[in-house]
Design a protein around this ligand. Sequence first.
Ligand code: ADP
Length: 247
Amino acid sequence: QIIKAFNALLKRMKVLDDSRQEFVSNVSHELKTPITSMKVLADSLLAQENVPNEVYKDFMVDIVSEIDREDKIINDLLSLVKMDKTSADLNITSVDVVELVEIVCKRLRPIAVKHNIELTLESKRAVTAEIDEVKISLVVMNLVENAIKYNKDKGQVKVEVDADQQFFVVKVMDTGMGIPKESLDHIYERFYRVEKSRSRQIGGTGLGLAIVRNAILMHRGTIDVDSEVDKGTTFTVKIPLIYTNQK
Ligand code: ADP
């Protein structure tokens, strides 16, 4: 019996070690990619003599965009690592959820306008909940940002806030490109991106939904996704109004 339990434990430790190694190797790869691009760009600039001003500027624009990418990866990783610790790290206060979602939408509206997307918010009732304001803002921010990013020209994003006696619900609906069925199980994995080519053009780290899921689990909430390719996606987040630290 003991040997059986010991073997099961060893197996579990191996799985954890494999996933840790995979994470470290993914992180290294993701952090190295922008650096490699910057080096290639800078080297080729240095190799040329009397570079015309416009060419120089073009190269610099590309270098700055790689720096921005590196910065985003590092920030996302820091958010993720912070949330990998215990739920003791939550800073729970009483929060006006409608106001929180309004603030996030206000911050993202310029990006929606830039992408030609109509962003609307409907709150069915006033909602106050005991949550970590920063982490739940990050959740709504990531979901609405994705709904804008993976949308179509003149598409729509609708955000809805509702509540019952126990939970509040935030729905983020878009009329975008949708997520293929076979990808739905993977979208919360760290660094997972649907079709690398489609996602690369759009930009992102593949860490957003991993952060979203961690933050929701810390609040003992749930996240569900419903999606149809070329029609759109709806993410539904459900979080208890009152925070309890019990499993
Ligand atoms: P990323 O930084 O790539 O946006 P995320 O973890 O936020 O990473 O999302 C993982 C992948 O899930 C994305 O690369 C994208 O392919 C897909 N995805 C996420 N949200 C949506 C959405 N609203 N519509 C279509 N695809 C989405």
